[in-house]
Design a protein around this ligand. Structure first.
Ligand code: F6P
Length: 344
């Protein structure tokens, strides 16, 4: 078969590992020919692609980012996008397309599969917010990067008796925040799923100071929201694709903590550092398992499906079902574990 691959949405550690796995099994076991479309769906409609063989993926397993490039473009964004998508796949003789992406990219994959395109999905995102799978690759690496950063911030917090606010990514889910908050021993962790009361946060930090603990780490998910009416935030901004541009809540929270408690406070926004660099061993393994399963799914004709992790095993779910399950939010039980250590 001639199989196309694309990576869409934000980059994340493990994308090259998954491409390598698809290519290796596709060529060595199934005798496929693989092509990689550049910059996500944009490369399909523009007919920009590269030939992928075993050699072209040599040494790429530990490399972050994506050798194919990525974009948030989807064919449905242009009036003639779907026609150009269809024409391109026909012209290139593509028998099946493997789409590696997060919510937006896989949502478009679902809609394209519903139109009859032979598509298999692979879930990726550092946010781990897709309810169709137990785990996306990239997440564990991001959590480790945040935890390492929190460990480093601890030493400055202790040396200067400061409150250190650290803002992490995750969009509208607090998985990165709660995992790195627990792993890093955060004093408080604020997540989108539990709107926060800034006054209660300040009281908790003040109580802690009164017990002689002058250093505190406050982890804030970029999508954290105050209880309505308790704190005014800057007007939200949106990117070209209509997604809310998150980032900056940590600055507001840090400023309020310093103003209300009088404790010296510093803010660190980890930003894209969380998405960069080499995937950890877990993400390399998960990405490799997904890649192998996806090319097998192609040969099973499992179009309109996505590979996923269910009870630790690789499984498949329809893109329709994955989309309808929607956003995976933080399990309250896990947040309760984090809460035990708040301001303690
Ligand atoms: O979805 C991954 C992610 O890194 C989010 O955590 C973050 O909000 C968003 O992407 C940033 O997107 P962009 O790369 O478009 O700025």
């Amino acid at each position: 078969m001639r199989v196309g691959i694309l990576t869409g949405g934000g980059d994340c550690p493990g994308l090259n590992a998954v491409i390598r796995a698809v290519v290796r099994k596709g060529i060595r076991v199934h005798g496929d020919e693989l092509i990689g479309f550049l910059d996500g769906y944009q490369g399909v409609v523009d007919r920009r692609h590269v030939h992928l063989d075993v050699e072209s993926l040599r040494g790429k397993l530990p490399i972050g980012g994506t050798i194919l490039g990525t974009s948030r473009y989807q064919p449905f964004m242009d009036d003639d996008g779907v026609d150009r998508f269809r024409d391109a796949l026909e012209a290139e003789g593509v028998d099946a397309l493997i789409v590696i992406g997060g919510e937006g990219t896989l949502g478009a994959a679902r809609d394209l599969a519903a139109l009859g395109f032979p598509i298999v999905g692979i879930p990726k995102t550092i946010d781990n917010d897709l309810d169709g799978t137990e785990m996306t690759f990239g997440f564990q690496t991001a959590v480790q990067i945040c935890t390492d950063a929190i460990d480093r911030l601890h030493t400055t917090a202790e040396s200067h008796d400061r409150v250190m606010v650290v803002e992490v990514m995750g969009r509208h889910a607090g998985h990165i925040a709660v995992w790195s908050g627990i792993a890093g021993g955060a004093t408080v962790t604020l997540i989108p799923e539990e709107p926060f009361d800034i006054e209660a946060v300040c009281e908790a930090i003040t109580r802690r100071h009164h017990t002689g603990r002058f250093a505190s780490i406050v982890v804030v998910a970029e999508g954290a929201v105050p209880i309505p009416g308790t704190l005014s935030l800057p007007r939200p901004e949106f990117d070209d694709y209509g997604h809310q541009r998150l980032g900056g809540i940590g600055t507001t929270v840090g400023g309020e903590i310093e103003r209300r408690t009088g404790f010296e406070t510093r803010v660190t926004i980890l930003g894209y550092v969380q998405r960069g660099g080499t995937p950890n061993a877990y993400d390399r393994v998960l990405a490799t398992r997904y890649g192998v399963a996806a090319i097998d799914a192609v040969h099973d004709g499992a179009y309109g499906e996505m590979v996923c992790l269910a009870a630790g095993k690789i499984a498949r779910i329809t893109l329709e079902e994955a989309k309808s399950r929607g956003l995976k939010t933080v399990d309250p039980q896990l947040y309760d574990v984090a809460r035990v250590f708040f301001a303690a």
